[in-house]
Design a protein around this ligand. Structure first.
Ligand SMILES: Cc1cc2nc3c(=O)[nH]c(=O)nc-3n(C[C@H](O)[C@H](O)[C@H](O)COP(=O)(O)OP(=O)(O)OC[C@H]3O[C@@H](n4cnc5c(N)ncnc54)[C@H](O)[C@@H]3O)c2cc1C
Length: 364
């Protein structure tokens, strides 16, 4: 990935030194031009405008984004990205939307690319599994099981995709995707080139990866190297872990999984529970009664409810236990970063198309 680091070129938004309002207006113009160009060049591609994100997020929260495209193959995705670049737009990828909080107000400066149609998966001649970004982790785990391959049992209950799971280095019950990924192919938006990265080059860490830190990388596919195993034993392990999950997690209510990362040496859920916050409610958002690590939508929760709830949890745990919790959920837009929580606290940075001062619309 050294090559990518070195080639971290800006997308020139043409924004120069405009005021914030002028930048937003320029961005909207760029988006309108991009949408028109995409419709013309890729007429068969699914392209939704002003699409409400509550329909695409497991939280069931979120207003409309300006555009949501769903290319059905890597060729049309590459073409889409080059049209967006010509129009100074940095897109964001969407997997199953199981780790994101979208704002109620919507994001009129965001172009999302969904991987829902990138679902090819097959065995390679050497026995590894190739899976495109939109394959769900549960289908990947089942496919591995059907082929007598062990090592992805932990992933069968994680509701995300290969793309989202790779970015987040998703994990559970002692396993992480980094333990199974051999290589990843991504499209790097600034130079529009495809890169194949080895596991080591992906720089996976706890719920993070090079892709998450660098930004501008669209994960297209991954190869999984697994151990030969007994199909029945693999299936039994998957059933056991999913049973544990059902017993412990509030799967009957919309959520985005664990709201906070595991702080070193602690468990977020235990800290929240010990701070007396189980069941704490703001509007329609609640610290789950079943699992204090989850924030659930009781029905009609707004993004502000969740945001205020997470802020309260974070403040209280810091006050009571002296530990700073960091959000695991991707909170949009970036100015929702939880900086007002206390020292050195930031949410997950995501690029949207507000042209920054230096006309570089990609995160560094
Ligand atoms: C009930 C529940 C249980 C959960 N349990 C777990 C668990 O046990 N372990 C765990 O780790 N997580 C868990 N999660 C969280 C979530 O499922 C994971 O983080 C998952 O990896 C996110 O995948 P996704 O496809 O939904 O990504 P999204 O939520 O769609 O996106 C997450 C991030 O990845 C980016 N992204 C998505 N696809 C791509 C791509 N192809 N290229 C580049 N960027 C991309 C998005 O832009 C965003 O920044 C749980 C969530 C829920 C709702």
């Amino acid at each position: 990935m050294e090559a990518v680091d070195q080639k971290n070129e800006a997308i020139d938004t043409g924004a120069g030194t405009l005021s914030d309002e002028q930048k937003a207006a320029r961005c909207r113009q760029n988006l309108a031009a991009a949408v028109a160009a995409v419709k013309k060049a890729l007429p068969g591609m699914t392209l939704l405008e002003n699409e409400p994100m509550c329909a695409h997020s497991s939280f069931r929260i979120g207003g409309p984004v300006r555009a949501l495209a769903a290319p059905s193959d890597v060729t049309s995705l590459s073409k889409l990205c080059s049209i967006l670049k010509e129009n100074h737009i940095a897109p964001m990828m969407l997997g199953n939307g199981t780790n994101i909080l979208f704002p109620d107000e919507g994001l009129d400066q965001l172009f999302l690319i969904s991987t829902e149609k990138l679902t090819k998966m097959f065995l390679l001649p050497d026995g590894a599994i190739y899976a495109e970004a939109g394959v769900s982790l549960s289908k990947l785990a089942s496919f591995a099981q059907q082929n007598g391959l062990a090592g992805l049992e932990f992933a069968s209950g994680i509701p995300g995709t290969v793309g989202g799971g790779t970015i987040m280095n998703a994990g559970a019950y002692g396993g992480e995707l980094k333990d199974a990924i051999e290589s990843v192919v991504c499209l790097y938006v600034p130079d529009q080139a495809l890169y194949e990265l080895t596991n080591e080059q992906c720089a996976f860490s706890y719920r993070s990866s090079l892709f998450k830190k660098l930004g501008g990388c669209l994960v297209l596919s991954a190869v999984f190297r697994l151990e030969k195993g007994d199909g029945e034993a693999i299936a039994a392990k998957m059933r056991e872990l999913n049973e544990k999950r059902r017993a412990k997690q509030p799967l009957d209510l919309p959520s985005a999984g664990s709201a906070f990362k595991r702080p070193e040496g602690y468990f977020a859920a235990a800290l929240i529970d010990e701070a007396g916050l189980k069941g704490y409610t703001v509007g329609g958002a609640q610290v789950s009664e079943k699992h204090a690590g989850f924030v659930v939508n009781l029905g009609g929760a707004s993004s502000h409810d969740v945001y205020e709830l997470m802020k309260h949890v974070r403040n209280t745990v810091y006050r009571e236990k002296g530990v700073q919790l960091e959000p695991e959920i991707i909170i949009l837009p970036p100015d929702y970063r939880l900086e007002d929580f206390g020292p050195a606290v930031r949410g997950n940075h995501i690029s949207i198309n507000t042209p920054p001062e230096d006309a570089n619309s990609l995160p560094q």
